[in-house]
Design a protein around this ligand. Sequence first.
Ligand SMILES: Cc1cc2nc3c(=O)[nH]c(=O)nc-3n(C[C@H](O)[C@H](O)[C@H](O)COP(=O)(O)OP(=O)(O)OC[C@H]3O[C@@H](n4cnc5c(N)ncnc54)[C@H](O)[C@@H]3O)c2cc1C
Length: 452
Amino acid sequence: MKPVIVWFRQDLRLADNPALRAAAATGAPLICLFVLDDQTPGDWKWGGASRWWLHHSLCSLDKSLDGNLVLRRGDGAKIVKSLVKETGAEAVFWNRCYEPFAVERDKALKAELAVQSFNGALLHEPWALTTKTGGKPFRVFTPFWKAMRMLEVDKPHPAPGKLHHHSVKSDALKSWKLLPTRPNWAKGFVDWTPGEKAAQDALYDFLDDVGEYGTARDLPDRDGTSRLSPHLHWGEISPRQVWHAIKARHAGHGSETFLKELGWREFCAQLLFHNPELPDKPLDQRFVKFKWRKSEKDFGAWTQGQTGIPIVDAGMHQLWQTGWMHNRVRMIVASLLIKHLGIHWREGERWFWDTLVDADLASNSANWQWVAGCGADAAPFFRIFNPVLQGKKFDPRGVYVRRFVPELNIVPDQYIHNPWEAPQPPANYPQPIVDLAKGRDRALKAFRALKA
Ligand SMILES: Cc1cc2nc3c(=O)[nH]c(=O)nc-3n(C[C@H](O)[C@H](O)[C@H](O)COP(=O)(O)OP(=O)(O)OC[C@H]3O[C@@H](n4cnc5c(N)ncnc54)[C@H](O)[C@@H]3O)c2cc1C
């Protein structure tokens, strides 16, 4: 019997993997393929932290496949076509990706090869929901969520039974050099375990806490969120598995708030699908003319967590050290960059792309545009987070700040978010790079000029 190819992409799991399940059901021997494609995504090829995750996730997937994962590097479409030629494979199975470059590539491949594609990444296809009036894609979250909540979510399937593999030559994962060498900036990523088993464990650990999620999710010093984002991004767990596990927990407000966050993930995915320029261009056309500041010095201070504003610096250190940042703090650091510093949201978006283990084109672009006030359903530009007040509200005793900026340990709680006002400011911590009141005024002025 001729083999069939299962092309793994952002679905690095065996359970609830519709492409793998359908391929296994043919009874044909499988070629389980992963391609490292740095060409098709252009500017949006995987960043450093994503590569770290990918390396470990592929190790885990290969183990689950008893060492039968086939690795190839290059242009995804070319590699798949040549593998079909090389092996005489009868069909190619994959789960759909929704990034614009992937959609284009996959469409072209479908015209040339026998392909069966499936939805393995989202609860609903990005074209499934449209507005009642006009049948257009949603641009506002609340009605999108109302419509989405009415839909049934398919039940997840278990992993297929024993798989039969077709032997094919593979690259050695090590030769891809996905891990950092010197300096090893990933040495602090110790709390992460990529792979399907760890994703399931993270979900089951979180189920005990979901009742508290409604309040705990906003407090960066607590472990109050699921930390499922990189697992979901890489498809080590399917959103259907997460959705049904949370629902079955019946944890009232906590469950409902969490399901809504999965709704945001879907909302972002459909925004990117319908607006392929989302990563690069503002959805709100007025912002094309916005006068952004250029300051390498300020941007450098922001990336290095040296802005002199504790909650911002703590967030940027958390990102650099662990490859992840708490959602509340993501909003605060993004707001400071865009509004107080007046630096283009795309600069921050790029930095996150390189440093987040959960870097996801749809969620990253949509959220940066949301904070910038130029996206769909965005926070208005003139709503500017005050990072001192945000810190006082969500990290009142400075536990989070002290964890990631130990230089501030000596500062009393009262001044932990504004140490420059303390009677004895710490000598080894910078003064704020921007006067918050002046930065705010400058931002509002630039915004008013846009409207004039
Ligand atoms: C500027 C900025 C950039 C961001 N970039 C990314 C990104 O590249 N990748 C990414 O996955 N998330 C991104 N987010 C959204 C959010 O911060 C993360 O999804 C969340 O912090 C992940 O932690 P968690 O898994 O513990 O989340 P939980 O609170 O446990 O939420 C559960 C899941 O819901 C989804 N989710 C939660 N909040 C959002 C949101 N605002 N938008 C979309 N999905 C959401 C995620 O898949 C998350 O894993 C960004 C937010 C901001 C403000």
